[in-house]
Design a binder for this molecule. Structure first.
Ligand SMILES: *Cc1c(COP(=O)(O)O)cnc(C)c1O
Length: 454
């Protein structure tokens, strides 16, 4: 294991987040109000989200948005994160490619999610909110928000997708350690949850369902806001600290990526790493750089979904988002990368994909665990099952270089570590995991009625 690390100083933590929308030629279509079918306004979003997040969500003009000092101060707990040259993996693959990864797994909760959790909790506190609520899949977002909520003295209720609540008890324990209340979703505590349980008593839950429950609680509880961990523009915005740091670190390494890769659930870690580098592609400086979103074969919205307005949640409470989607009623297989089991991609990413500015690949579950095992043995870090999709995509690109002899520079995001996902690794080693390929019929059935939405 011969790693080379590129480390920044605390003073290098970015002072502003990067908003990509002003640099996009084709802006994403507006979010639409589910009831009035009119474009969403800040006033429409405010009952649900903090005012600051609502404004950021709809900001299409300011390229740089200042990071509040209180947020930067908390970023200092683990930021700047290291950029690592994966010499061990290069050697194992015997590739001429240079492989770098940005290590977001070093945050106290083990993933990139804290970058936005801290920002959103801060704005809620500043605006006098006392309670917040959210959903979580594998528990990464819930764990991040639990820590952020505790820091700012907010009460937090987390709806955790039932399958993960049972499969990943330690993330539940983490949230409880930080002081949050965790509810298995679907639950009997909301109208949306009760309806789903009544229709389908054995339903194992999905992010779409958990979002409906959290939104319903926020709308029916005084002084309570909803906080979302992916998909929306303001979440992508907060995550750009990843790419802004990585830009400086690639400069230290005296290289520029030919290929930028991140795994893709709703798009927050992909956006976070990619947007600062995309800025240079959009302004013509680095037209050759390729961007690859790596999604699961069992939930292939960017590679096989349709580009269409859809709800962000199962019950249809959220704004309608112009997105690549498999349909908000799509029920993904119970893969271990719980954070990638979401039916749609964010509006910005979907537009960029539609315009062929970014690419996407979908990867079978077994290939991700094979890649994760290789990476662990070569680099020492055991990756989250979500991040393993990015690793698998990076390995595929590096192997293409081996065939072609090209010496490309590959940069991927290690969005989190997998130390709380070892039961998934156990099942992989016991040959107890499967691939889940979605059929065309599954997609047709789940997207059939979408055109009626708008
Ligand atoms: C949540 C999560 C993801 C997926 O979410 P995105 O918003 O698509 O980034 C990826 N990796 C890890 C470790 C996560 O916790």
């Amino acid at each position: 294991m011969t790693q080379k690390k590129y480390l920044l100083n605390e003073s290098d933590i970015p002072k502003a987040w990067y908003n990509i929308i002003p640099d996009m030629e084709n802006k994403p279509a507006p979010l639409i109000h589910p009831a009035t079918k009119q474009p969403i306004t800040v006033e429409d979003l405010c009952p649900l989200f903090s005012k600051a997040a609502s404004e950021q969500e709809l900001n299409t003009t300011d390229r740089w948005i200042e990071i509040p000092d209180e947020v930067r101060d908390l970023y200092r707990i683990w930021r700047p994160t290291p950029l690592v040259r994966a010499h061990g993996l290069e050697k194992l693959l015997d590739t001429p490619a240079h492989i770098y990864f940005k290590n977001e797994s070093v945050s106290p909760v083990g993933s990139h999610k804290l970058n936005s959790a801290i920002a959103q909790a801060y704005y809620c506190k500043k605006e006098g909110v006392t309670n917040i609520t959210t959903e979580t899949g594998a528990g990464q977002w819930g764990a991040a928000l639990s820590l952020a909520a505790k820091h700012f003295g907010l009460e937090l209720a987390v709806y955790m997708v039932k399958i993960s609540y049972n499969q990943k008890p330690y993330r539940r324990s983490m949230m409880q350690t930080y002081g949050a209340e965790v509810i298995s979703s679907p639950s009997m505590s909301t109208k949306a949850g009760r309806k789903i349980i009544t229709d389908n008593p054995t339903y194992q839950g999905s992010l779409g369902t958990a979002i409906s429950e959290a939104v319903e609680l926020a709308m029916s509880t005084p002084n309570c806001k909803y906080v979302l961990g992916s998909v929306l523009n303001h979440v992508a915005l907060h995550q750009t600290v990843i790419g802004l740091e990585a830009e400086k670190q690639m400069e230290m390494a005296e290289e520029y990526p030919d290929i930028v890769i991140a795994c893709f659930g709703g798009g927050s870690n992909f956006s976070g790493l990619a947007f600062p580098f995309l800025r240079k592609k959009l302004n013509g400086e680095t037209p050759h750089t390729v961007f690859i979103a790596a999604e699961p074969e069992s939930c292939p919205k960017l590679t096989r979904g349709i580009f269409q307005y859809d709800c962000g949640d199962e019950a249809g409470y959220t704004p309608l988002i112009p997105m690549y989607t498999l349909g908000h009623t799509f029920s993904p297989a119970n893969i271990h990368a719980g954070g990638l089991r979401y039916h749609g991609g964010g509006a910005i990413i979907s537009q960029l994909k539609h315009d062929n500015i970014i690419d996407a690949v979908d990867i079978p579950q077994l290939e991700t665990f094979k890649a994760a095992t290789m990476f662990s043995r070569a680099e020492g870090i055991i990756p989250a099952p979500e991040s393993s999709h990015a690793i698998a995509a990076a390995i595929n690109e590096a192997l293409k270089c081996k065939v072609s002899g090209e010496r490309k520079t590959i940069l991927f995001n290690l969005s989190g570590h997998g130390l709380i996902d070892m039961s998934a690794y156990d099942r992989y080693f016991a040959n107890d995991l499967a691939n889940y390929k979605v059929t065309d019929d599954d997609i047709i059935n789940a997207t059939r009625d979408l055109e009626k939405i708008l």
